[in-house]
Ligand binder design. Sequence first.
Ligand SMILES: NC(=O)c1ccc[n+]([C@@H]2O[C@H](COP(=O)([O-])OP(=O)(O)OC[C@H]3O[C@@H](n4cnc5c(N)ncnc54)[C@H](OP(=O)(O)O)[C@@H]3O)[C@@H](O)[C@H]2O)c1
Length: 254
Amino acid sequence: MGEMVDNLYSWLLAAMFVSAVGVAAQGLVFPNPLGRHYTPGWWAIKARTGWLAMEIPAALACCGFYIWFAPVFSWPAIVCVLLWQVHYVHRGFIFPFRLNSGDKPFPLIAVPLAIGFNTMNGFVNGWALGHVAHLQTVEWFGDPRFWIGVLVMVAGFYVNLRADTMLIHLREDGSTGYKIPRGFLFEKVSAPNYLGEMMIWTGFAIMSWTLAGLAFALFTAGYMIPRALTHHRWYQEQFPDYPTERKAVLPFVL
Ligand SMILES: NC(=O)c1ccc[n+]([C@@H]2O[C@H](COP(=O)([O-])OP(=O)(O)OC[C@H]3O[C@@H](n4cnc5c(N)ncnc54)[C@H](OP(=O)(O)O)[C@@H]3O)[C@@H](O)[C@H]2O)c1
C-alpha cells in the first residue's frame, strides 16, 4: 500500500506541473466561460451550486489526505494545513453564499474538472506535508522561508478577500450588470482578487517549501493570469473611459 501511494504521489505531482502549463495555454487560447465570459449553449447549473460542488472537495482533501497518510503529525505541517483550511473553508462554505451572482448560469463541465483537480491537488499537497523531511521538525519554525511564506500568504488573504468583497458590493444597489471597480488595488490592476490568490499560493509554496506547493502556485498563476488578461480586455472594450494606466494583474508590469 505504502509504495503504491508513493508512486501515485509521484505521478500526480508530475500531472500537476503538466496541468499548470495546460491550463495556461488553454486560458490564453480559449477563455473559460465563467461569469461575464459565459456564453449560451453550455449545459449549465446555478453558479452557487457550481462553486459549492467545486470547492468543498478542496476544503476536505488536503486535510483528509494529510491525516490519512502522515506517519507522524508535526507542528510545521499542521500550521500549513490550518492555513490551507482557513482559505478553503471560506472558499468552499462561505464564498458561494456571499456571491450575488449565485443564480447565474455556470457551465456544468467546469464542475467535474475542478473536483478532479482539487482532489488531486489535495492529495499531492496533503501527502507532501506529511512526508517532506523539513516539515517534520519544529526547527522549520526557525527558517526564514517559513515566516516569509506566512507573511506573503496572509497578505494574499487580505488582498483577495478585500478585492472580492469590493466586487460583491458593486451590486449592493440590486443591479446585475458590471461597473468599473475603483479604489484599493483596483487603481493599479483590473483583477486584484487574482493577484491576492496568486500571493496566497506563492506564500504557501514558500512556507511549505515542497514541490507540491510549487506545482499549485504555478497552476494558480497559469489559471489566473490568462483570466485576468481576458477580464482586462473585456473592461477596455466595454468601458471607453476605462483607466488607461491600469494593468491586468501585476501592478506596473502586466
Ligand atoms: N486558485 C485558483 O486556481 C482559483 C480558481 C478560480 C477562482 N479562484 C478565486 O475565486 C474567486 C472568484 O473568482 P471569479 O473568477 O468568479 O472572480 P470575478 O470574475 O472577479 O468575479 C467575482 C464576483 O464579483 C462579480 N464581479 C466581478 N467584476 C464585477 C464588476 N466589474 N461589476 C460588478 N460585479 C462584478 C462577479 O459577478 P459575475 O459572476 O456576474 O461575473 C462575481 O460575483 C476569486 O477570489 C478567485 O481568486 C481561485
